[in-house]
Write a protein that binds this ligand. Structure first.
Ligand SMILES: Nc1ncnc2c1ncn2[C@@H]1O[C@H](COP(=O)(O)OP(=O)(O)OP(=O)(O)O)[C@@H](O)[C@H]1O
Ligand SMILES: [Mg+2]
Length: 364
């Protein structure tokens, strides 16, 4: 916790006749709430009304406790500002609304002078939903340890595999009988198959070929490929935010990420159905413990039966599959590429509505 000194919004008087100050108060993207000395709501701007899921008419005069679950941390923070007369900044403060919705907010609490105890001005910026943060950390840890195991295993498998293949080739040269060379062919083919599998498990090349790119070019390429592969049986709908700026990324690898997800969706819908590709910007979003000003969010939504419950929590680990044909590698590779971009893939699924979300930082 740190002190921020007196705060610039202290002069705002949202009760007075409408003026420039009121329109600033109303236009702020930051949620602002003013409390009287007993912590009853005096004023709440529109961003605050959205955050607290309540109108100013309903909340005026209401105790703040009826909007937010005031645990010890919240109470001592508000009391401290009132007694010490200093604005205080608190980053990533958990906040639970009366409705049960959980948020994580960056919070500034400033004292506003009054003739008795100070009133309080609260500025709140939601960072993320709490569960998104913990999931993020959990997924990353699991991926990291799995990657180490695979790297070690791949090394141990690939060396002897080269030896087996070479020996089978030498042996084939010594054999005249075509019946016997059929066996050496099997050895060579299977060794090659295993090598390809291990290479796929290791994932795409480490280095990204990044350039400034428009994410919609990638989405359009995926849309055309998906429609072509399904012979038109899968309709791909677009819901793009055209104002998304270009950002640095590897377009080929991102195409692979989104294709791996759309192919799963096509397979889950048995080759016919609807996929929606949606692009949006998210502001002030934390990914992998790092706060980003602007994050690009891509939703890939399908109308299939949904991810089986038994797979939901391990979906992004290699070799997790429900299919007989797949290797269970598509999503682990996609997650690996997203991580290399500093991003992340999340999934929410119920029958008829499965959504994979790719989040990528846009450092412009
Ligand atoms: N959109 C989806 N709807 C339903 N289930 C899905 C969806 N996407 C993934 N799954 C489930 O997740 C599993 C893992 O997917 P993943 O892409 O990692 O492997 P795979 O498709 O089985 O094999 P591979 O991609 O290596 O060919 C799938 O087998 C499937 O059961
Ligand atoms: Mg797949």
């Amino acid at each position: 916790m740190s002190s921020a000194g007196s705060h610039g919004l202290g002069h705002l008087t949202p009760h007075s006749a409408p003026g420039v100050e009121d329109s600033i108060f109303d236009a702020l993207a930051t949620a602002v709430v003013m409390l009287d000395p007993e912590w009853r709501v005096i004023s709440l701007n529109p961003a605050g009304q959205t955050l607290f899921e309540a109108s100013i008419q309903r909340t005026r005069g209401m105790h703040f406790e009826r909007l937010v679950d005031l645990d010890d941390e919240w109470r001592s923070l508000l009391l401290q500002v009132q007694s010490e007369h200093f604005a205080t900044v608190k980053r990533e403060m958990p906040m639970v609304l009366h409705s049960g919705t959980q948020y994580c907010v960056d919070l500034i609490v400033s004292p506003l002078p009054s003739h008795t105890q100070p009133r309080l001005l609260l500025e709140l910026n939601p960072v993320d939903r709490l569960n998104a943060i913990s999931e993020d950390a959990h997924v990353r840890e699991a991926q990291e340890s799995m990657r180490k195991v695979i790297k070690g295993l791949a090394h141990e498998v690939k060396n002897p595999l080269g030896g087996i293949r070479g020996a089978a080739q030498l042996l084939a040269r010594e054999l005249d009988d075509s019946k016997l060379t059929e066996y050496t062919d099997v050895i060579i083919e299977e060794a090659d198959r295993l090598r390809t599998l291990v290479d796929r498990m290791l994932g795409p090349r480490e280095r990204l070929a990044t350039r400034s790119m428009n994410i919609h070019e990638v989405l359009e390429r995926v849309r055309q490929l998906t429609e072509a592969e399904s012979d038109g049986a899968i309709a791909v709908e677009r819901d793009y935010d055209p104002s998304l700026p270009e950002f640095e990324a590897d377009p080929d690898q991102l195409t692979q990420v989104i294709l791996n997800i759309t192919r799963n969706a096509s397979q889950a819908m048995s080759g016919s159905g609807r996929i929606t590709l949606r692009s949006r910007a998210r502001r002030q979003y934390t990914l992998g413990g790092k706060r980003h000003k602007l994050v690009c969010s891509i939703d890939i939504i399908d109308t299939g039966p949904g991810v089986p419950d038994s797979l939901l929590h391990q979906l992004f680990l290699p070799m997790v599959t429900s299919g007989t044909k797949g290797n269970g590698l598509g999503l682990s590779i996609a997650q690996m590429i997203a991580n290399r971009h500093g991003g992340l893939i999340q999934c929410e699924s119920k029958p008829g509505d499965t959504c994979f979300t790719l989040l990528l930082p846009m450092e412009t």
